[in-house]
Write a protein that binds this ligand. Structure first.
Ligand code: ATP
Length: 365
């Protein structure tokens, strides 16, 4: 398997820019998610990695080789188009052997390779079964097996679980992740489902309108969104975003939200003007009295927790709190934010204010 490096990758279709200056690195053995809404450029990026689409500019490196303009057949990667696309008239063994026989591999070597892959995937007992009668899980293993036998440098998957119903999908997602861990394969996986990306990925690239908004671990994109788009797109419910006018001096300890003083992380870079305070519902608690007040609009029971929606002077805000706490619609509550979990954004650019040290590093290039 191999590392994949994407450098300033662009794709234009006529006047339309589908992918704009993407730069990120997929480490060897990583389960890597390309995440974003429909039309953001995920599939185009994946197709450029596969060699099914050539970039307008920029570079793709797989392992030590630059492959930007190589045809798909020279890249040695497996595009798992559809988990369930198998040859229906062949049994499992023939489905696995076929890619190797068509490459001209000797029969004895094919047999050994198929046995090795069947062992990894735990499908030795069904090698002689027709694929038609297999369960969904076994079909997925065989489809993966067909890609693995070729020993590719990486696997590429485009919404492989998209057509499945929710329960089966969750089961398949777990299984796919477990298989990945057993094979330690570099996998690039396209999805528009943020929960799937968070659940399965080691790293996530969040794309919007052809642009990489953020690149990081699931925890980084969740806890420290780099842009307003990521704050909104990741998390269920999304991050609370409260616009306000203000100024932040280096070392500031708080901002004013209306009449209320809200504690913020101290090391933020300097900022001034129209800002947005972001805090996830998990980091909001409700008190009887105190500063920033809201009126309860609704409460949604979720078992051990509940999501309470409140109307505040700066828009609606949600709090995820224990379901044992008694909350009545219409009552007033004071919202308490965990200061260290607050992110402030510049409203005009949508970018998060970084820590003061990082801000200076960015300014210095
Ligand atoms: P989806 O999940 O809906 O497929 P996506 O994020 O994978 O979304 P892409 O398929 O990469 O999006 O498409 C990105 C944009 O590029 C879309 O607006 C699409 O219409 C456009 N596009 C893709 N392929 C072509 C093409 N061959 N010619 C013209 N425009 C294209």
């Amino acid at each position: 398997m191999a590392q994949i490096r994407i450098n300033n990758l662009c794709k234009e279709f006529g006047d339309f820019t589908a992918v704009e200056s993407s730069t990120f690195t997929i480490e060897d053995g990583e389960f890597f998610m390309l995440l974003g809404p429909s039309g953001c450029g995920k599939t185009t990026t994946l197709r450029m990695i596969a060699g099914l689409e050539l970039p307008t500019s920029g570079e793709i490196h797989i392992g030590h080789n630059e492959v930007s303009n190589l045809p798909a057949s020279k890249r040695d990667i497996a595009f798992v188009f559809q988990m369930f696309a198998l040859y229906p008239h062949m049994n499992v063994r023939k489905n696995l052997s076929y890619p190797l026989i068509s490459q001209g591999m000797k029969r004895r070597d094919v047999k050994a390779k198929v046995a090795e892959v069947a062992k990894i995937l735990d499908i030795e007992s069904i090698l002689n079964n027709p694929v038609g009668g297999l369960s969904g899980g076994d079909r997925q293993r065989v489809a993966l097996g067909r890609a693995i036998v070729r020993d590719p440098k990486a696997f590429l998957m485009d919404e492989p679980l998209g057509a499945l119903d929710a329960e089966f999908r969750e089961h398949m997602a777990e299984e796919l992740r477990a298989l990945h861990d057993r094979m330690n394969a570099t996998t690039v996986y396209v999805t528009h489902d943020q929960l799937e990306a968070m659940q399965m990925g080691d790293k996530i690239v969040v794309m919007n309108n052809g642009v990489v908004e953020q690149f990081g671990t699931p925890q980084e994109v969740h806890d420290r969104p780099a842009t307003l788009f990521v704050a909104n797109f990741i998390g269920s419910p999304a991050m609370n975003l409260m616009p306000f006018s203000g100024a932040i001096e280096v070392g500031s300890q708080d901002v004013m939200l209306g009449d209320s003083r809200i504690a913020i992380p101290k090391q933020l870079q300097q900022a001034d003007g129209e800002l947005v305070l972001g805090v996830r519902p998990e980091h909001v608690s409700l008190q009887n009295d105190g500063g920033y007040r809201g009126r309860v609009l609704a409460s949604e029971y979720l078992g051990t927790t509940q999501i309470v929606t409140l109307e505040t002077s700066h828009g609606t805000a949600k709090a995820r709190i224990g379901s044992e706490i008694d909350i009545q619609v219409g009552e007033q509550a004071a919202l308490q934010f965990d200061a260290n979990a607050i992110t402030l954004f510049d409203q005009a650019t949508g970018a998060a204010l970084s820590s003061e040290r990082q801000g200076r590093e960015n300014a210095n290039g």
